[in-house]
Design a protein around this ligand. Structure first.
Ligand code: NAD
Ligand code: IPM
Ligand code: MN
Length: 351
């Protein structure tokens, strides 16, 4: 069996972490008797600066034939973020109907949480973030620039199709996990989209009588993910709220450098995309110290999605084992002084 993967290393530390993760994916594939064929697309801000576009016009058509996409990061200090992200990352999520974004936030053994009293195993959250619409709908405009009546509108859109999809995916996961689902909205202030969302959760909950639903407003949820993260298991929320909550989830479990992400097309009509939660981190770019583990774990989610669950588990377990080992190399975000390459090669030895 051979899987055909599109690689989009992207900007900043993106290429560093993708290049570190790739040999490990190969190793685990060989071990389990399958191949990973990759095609590298050097799309990103360098291309934008040279050619005026983040990716070619037919970029999505090019990606369409691949089994999955592994992406590093997008974003560059020389070009406004709304240009780069709306030119590459977001069109893939939307164009490929990747409406389900799954983001685990796990406090691994051997990793320090900045929260007092929490240690390995105490936090294990799985966020289901709607990933194609909501507050990220590209609808709005700006009028009357510079005048006192200048106005900007940024609309949020919630469709029954995507909302039901994300909510149902979250209920399914809650059924397999602890039976507890936290629904995060802002329906006290946003009486249209967010009340609609709560209604869908109520409707779908009828199909899952064994799942207990907790309803939290996003402000309180942000506070509680810091105050009592161990009470969270599966979380479901809109695009923007999921974006914010997963940065909180990443840091309470130790580092942005450990948080993986899966962007899934539930219809499986298009390739799904796997990427770390973090961005291009220009503050540490070129230092060779970016933590590759978020990308490695994203790779594990990718091969799991492709049906290679045993290989995915091996890769995940190797990371778990490395983190639990006091003598293993660590990048500075985890309090160590090792490089990306050293961490990756130690992982290769463990595999
Ligand atoms: P960021 O995630 O890039 O960085 C936030 C902080 O976390 C920084 O201090 C950074 O050094 C640290 N960090 C991130 N990844 C790390 C890793 N692997 N190892 C060690 N430390 C790590 O977020 P930002 O600074 O807000 O954004 C930088 C750029 O990335 C912006 O252009 C932004 O739009 C973009 N961005 C892209 C994505 C993506 O491509 N999916 C995600 C988030 C941000
Ligand atoms: C993420 C990122 C993106 C998002 C940005 C870069 C558009 O922050 O994947 O978490 O908001 O989805
Ligand atoms: Mn984010």
């Amino acid at each position: 069996m051979s899987y055909d993967i599109a690689l989009i290393p992207g900007d900043g530390i993106g290429p560093t972490v993708v290049d570190a993760a790739l040999p490990l994916l190969d190793d685990v594939a060989t071990e389990h008797g399958f191949d990973i064929e990759t095609t590298r697309y050097d799309w990103g801000t360098e291309r934008y600066l040279d050619a005026g576009a983040m990716m070619p016009d037919d970029g999505l058509e090019t990606l369409e034939s691949h089994d999955a996409i592994l992406l590093g990061a997008v974003g560059h200090p020389e070009v406004p973020d709304h240009v780069t992200l709306n030119g590459l990352l977001l069109p893939i999520r939307k164009g490929f109907d990747q409406s389900i974004c799954k983001r685990p936030a796990v406090l691994f053994d051997g990793v320090d949480s900045p929260l007092k009293g929490y240690s390995g195993g105490d936090i294990d959250i799985l966020v289901f973030r709607e990933n194609t619409e909501g507050e990220y709908a590209d609808i709005g405009g700006r009028e009357h620039a510079g005048f006192e009546n200048e106005v900007a509108v940024q609309s949020a859109v919630y469709t029954r199709r995507s909302t039901e999809r994300i909510v149902r995916a979250a209920f399914e996961a809650a059924t397999e996990r602890s039976g507890h689902l936290t629904n995060v909205t802002k329906s006290n202030a946003q009486a249209h989209g967010m009340v609609f969302w709560d209604d869908i959760v109520d409707e779908v909950s009828e199909e899952y009588p064994d799942v207990e639903v907790e309803r939290l407003l996003v402000d309180a949820a942000s506070m509680d993910m810091v105050r009592r993260p161990d009470d969270f298991d599966v979380v479901v929320c809109s695009n923007l709220f999921g974006d914010i909550l997963t940065d909180i989830g990443a840091i309470v479990t130790g580092s942005m450098g450990l948080a993986p992400s899966a962007n899934i097309d539930p219809g499986r009509d298009h390739p799904s995309m796997f990427e770390p939660v973090h961005g291009s981190a220009f503050d540490i770019m070129g230092e060779g110290v970016a933590n590759p583990l978020a990308t490695v774990l994203s790779g594990s989610l990718m091969i799991d999605h492709l049906g290679e669950d045993a290989a995915a588990a091996d890769l995940w377990d190797a990371v778990t084992e490395q983190l639990a080992d006091d003598d293993a190399p660590r990048t500075p975000d985890l309090g160590g002084d090792s490089t990306t390459k050293t961490v990756a090669s130690d992982l290769a030895d463990r595999l």
